[in-house]
Design a protein around this ligand. Structure first.
Ligand SMILES: NC(=O)C1=CN([C@@H]2O[C@H](COP(=O)(O)OP(=O)(O)OC[C@H]3O[C@@H](n4cnc5c(N)ncnc54)[C@H](OP(=O)(O)O)[C@@H]3O)[C@@H](O)[C@H]2O)[C@@H](O)CC1
Ligand SMILES: Nc1ncnc2c1ncn2[C@@H]1O[C@H](COP(=O)(O)OP(=O)(O)O)[C@@H](O)[C@H]1O
Ligand SMILES: [K+]
Length: 512
C-alpha cells in the first residue's frame, strides 16, 4: 500500500463542513479541538511546566480556553493572554471562556513576562480561519514577542497572520514549530509561506469524516494517486516497451539545460532519449551520458514521432525556437512545454489558441515568473494566490499545469487541483526545472496519462531532492545533475513489491 493523498479544504469549504457537522456534534467541535490540542501539548511537555496561551476574540481563542483548562487539570501552570471583550465572544468561545474562569483560571490583558525558567510551550490561539486582515497593534506585538520564545511554539488550526487559502503572510505571522489543524488541511498550510510558518503539521479530524460530508475540493500529492502504475517491469520487455523521449532545447550557451532533462529521462528508465539541440555547434555526444542520442532540433521534429516530446529546456527565444514550439504543438504526441517554450507561448495569443485546441495531452511546467507571463500579470499577483493562478492557466490553455515552487500546485484542465509537499529549498538552484521536465517526459513516454505523469513526476522530483538532502546532509548546494540518480532510487523504491524492496541478493528465478 502506498501513502494516500489527504483531502484539502479552502476556508469556504471548511465553513460548509462546519455547517454540516455542527448541528449534531456532541461533544461540541470546539471541545474536541481543545482536547486534541491538549493531547499534542502533553506529548511536548515532560514535567509540570509553564505554558503561555494567547487567545483571540473568536473561536480560535475558544479552542485555546478549552486547551488551557485541560492542561491546568493535568497539573501545568497555564497563563492566558486575552485582550478582547469577553461579552463579544462567539457562543462556544464564550462558554469555553466561562468554563476556564469557573475552573479557577484567570486571563491577563497583556503577555506576561517570561518566567525565570522560560516557557515550556507557547500557544497561538489568536486567529484561525477567520483572519480578515493583517495583524496590527497589540496583536502584532504579541506575535513578534511569541516568535522570540526558544521553546516549542504551537499554532492552533493555522498560524495567526497566515492566509489559510493562499499561504501568504498577511503581515506579522506566528512562526510555529508545530501546527495542529482542525478537521482537514487548508491550502495555505502547504504552499508559499505556509510550510515555513507552520513547522510540523498535524491534522485533528475531530471525529469527523470530512469527505463523507463534502467531497474535498483538492488533495495533497502522494503515491496512492498513481499506485496502479507502480508495478515492477514485465520481464518480457525491451527498450521499445518503455518509450522514446525527445527533448528539444539547448540554444547556444544553454545546452546544459537540455542535457539535464535528457539525463534525467535516461536515469528514470526511458527506452531511448533523443536530444534535439538548437545550437548547431554543440556536442554530438554527452561524454558523461553517452546513452543520449543527439540530433538537430529540426531533424528531431521532422523525424519519427517519439512517445513524448519535451520542449523548452535552454530553448531560448529565437525565431528558430518559435518555429520549434509551433511545430511541436502540431504533432500528435504528448507534449510538455517548459521554460522558454512557455515564454514563447505567452508572447502569442494565436499559439495559445492552437495549444488549447490540441487533441493530445499537453503539460505546462511554469515557475511563478513564467506563469505570470502566461497570465499577463505580475509575479506578485501569481504568488498572491498560487492555486487560482495554476487553475486559471490550466483552464484557459486546456492543459495540465504545475506551478512550481514551495508547495507546487498541480491543476487539471477540468479545475481539479493538488498540492505537493515533497522537496526543499536546497532544490532552489538552476537546472532543477529541466530535471523535472525529463522525469515527467519519461513517465509520459512510458504510457502514463498526463495527470498521472505530472503528479508522479512532481512528487518524485521533490522526494529525490529530500532523499539527497538527507543522505548528503545538506540544506543548500544541491546540484541539478545529482537529482537523476536520486530520482531513479526513489522511483525504484516505489515500483518494487514490498517484499523485494530491501532485497539485495538474487537466489535465482522464483518458481510458483
Ligand atoms: N471550523 C470548525 O468547525 C471549527 C473551528 N474551530 C476554530 O474556530 C476558528 C474560526 O473561528 P472564527 O470564525 O471565530 O474566526 P477566528 O479565526 O477565531 O477569528 C475571528 C475573530 O477575529 C477578528 N479578526 C479577524 N482578523 C483580525 C485581525 N487582523 N485583527 C484583529 N481581529 C481580527 C474577527 O473580528 P472582525 O473581523 O469581525 O473584526 C473575529 O472576532 C478556527 O480557525 C478554529 O480554530 C474549532 O473550534 C473547531 C471547529
Ligand atoms: N523551496 C523549494 N521547495 C520545494 N521545491 C523547490 C524549492 N525551490 C525550488 N524547488 C523546485 O525546483 C524546481 C525549480 O524549477 P525552475 O525554477 O524551473 O528551475 P530552472 O529554471 O533553473 O530549471 C521546481 O520543480 C521547484 O518546485
Ligand atoms: K492560530
Amino acid at each position: 500500500m502506498h501513502a494516500a493523498p489527504l483531502p484539502i479544504y479552502p476556508v469556504s469549504a471548511i465553513r460548509d463542513l462546519e455547517a454540516l457537522a455542527i448541528p449534531g456534534a456532541m461533544p461540541p467541535l470546539m471541545e474536541r479541538a481543545g482536547e486534541a490540542a491538549a493531547t499534542l501539548a502533553l506529548s511536548l511537555l515532560k514535567t509540570p511546566a509553564a505554558v503561555l496561551i494567547a487567545c483571540g476574540p473568536g473561536n480560535n481563542g475558544g479552542d485555546g480556553f478549552v486547551m488551557a483548562r485541560l492542561l491546568r487539570d493535568a497539573g501545568h501552570a497555564v497563563h492566558i493572554a486575552f485582550a478582547a471583550d469577553p461579552e463579544r465572544l462567539p457562543a462556544d468561545a464564550a462558554s469555553a471562556h466561562a468554563a476556564w474562569l469557573a475552573a479557577g483560571g484567570e486571563t491577563l490583558p497583556e503577555l506576561p513576562p517570561t518566567p525565570p525558567g522560560g516557557w515550556a510551550l507557547v500557544v497561538d490561539a489568536l486567529f484561525g480561519i477567520g483572519l480578515q486582515r493583517p495583524l496590527e497593534g497589540r496583536y502584532a506585538e504579541w506575535i513578534d514577542s511569541l516568535n522570540t520564545q526558544p521553546c516549542p511554539r504551537l499554532a492552533l488550526d493555522i498560524p495567526s497572520g497566515l492566509d489559510a487559502d493562499t499561504g501568504r503572510c498577511l503581515g506579522p505571522c506566528f512562526a510555529a514549530t508545530h501546527t495542529l489543524s482542525f478537521i482537514a488541511l487548508k491550502p495555505g498550510l502547504l504552499t508559499l509561506d505556509g510550510p515555513d510558518q507552520c513547522g510540523l503539521v498535524q491534522v485533528a479530524a475531530l471525529g469527523l469524516d470530512p469527505q463523507a460530508l463534502l467531497p474535498a475540493p483538492g488533495h495533497s500529492i502522494a503515491p496512492g494517486l498513481f499506485e496502479t502504475r507502480l508495478r515492477p517491469r514485465r520481464r518480457n520487455s525491451h527498450k521499445g516497451s518503455h518509450g522514446d523521449v525527445a527533448v528539444i532545447g539547448g540554444a547556444p550557451g544553454m545546452v546544459g539545460a537540455a542535457l539535464l532533462a535528457g539525463r534525467a529521462a535516461a536515469s528514470l528508465g526511458a527506452g531511448r532519449v533523443l536530444v534535439g539541440l538548437l545550437d548547431p555547434s554543440a556536442l554530438s555526444v554527452d561524454p558523461l551520458r553517452p546513452e543520449l542520442m543527439f540530433r538537430t532540433a529540426t531533424a528531431l521534429l521532422e523525424g519519427p514521432l517519439p512517445n513524448a516530446l519535451v520542449v523548452g529546456p535552454g530553448l531560448g527565444q529565437s525565431d528558430n525556437a518559435g518555429r520549434c514550439v509551433d511545430q511541436a504543438i502540431g504533432l500528435p504526441v504528448p507534449l510538455l512545454l517548459d521554460a522558454d517554450a512557455l515564454n514563447l507561448l505567452a508572447l502569442s495569443a494565436a499559439r495559445q489558441e492552437t495549444l488549447a485546441r490540441r487533441q493530445h495531452p499537453t503539460l505546462l511546467t511554469p515557475h511563478p515568473a513564467e506563469a505570470a507571463r502566461l497570465l499577463a500579470c505580475g509575479t506578485t499577483e501569481v504568488q498572491a494566490d498560487r492555486l487560482a493562478a495554476a487553475r486559471r492557466i490550466a483552464r484557459r490553455l486546456q492543459a495540465w499545469v504545475v506551478l512550481k515552487g514551495c508547495g507546487s500546485i498541480v491543476a487539471a484542465p477540468d479545475g481539479a487541483w493538488w498540492i505537493n509537499s515533497s522537496g526543499n529549498p536546497a532544490m532552489a538552484t538552476a537546472g532543477m526545472g529541466d530535471v523535472l521536465s525529463g522525469l515527467v517526459g519519461t513517465l509520459l513516454a512510458g504510457g502514463w496519462n498526463a495527470g498521472e505523469a505530472l503528479l508522479a513526476g512532481v512528487h518524485l522530483h521533490g522526494c529525490a531532492g529530500d532523499h539527497l538532502s538527507a543522505t548528503l546532509n545538506i540544506d543548500s548546494g544541491l546540484l541539478a545533475d545529482e537529482m537523476s540518480t536520486a530520482a531513479r532510487h526513489c522511483f525504484n523504491a516505489w515500483i518494487r513489491p514490498p517484499t523485494m524492496r530491501d532485497t539485495a541478493t538474487w537466489d535465482g528465478p522464483a518458481h510458483p
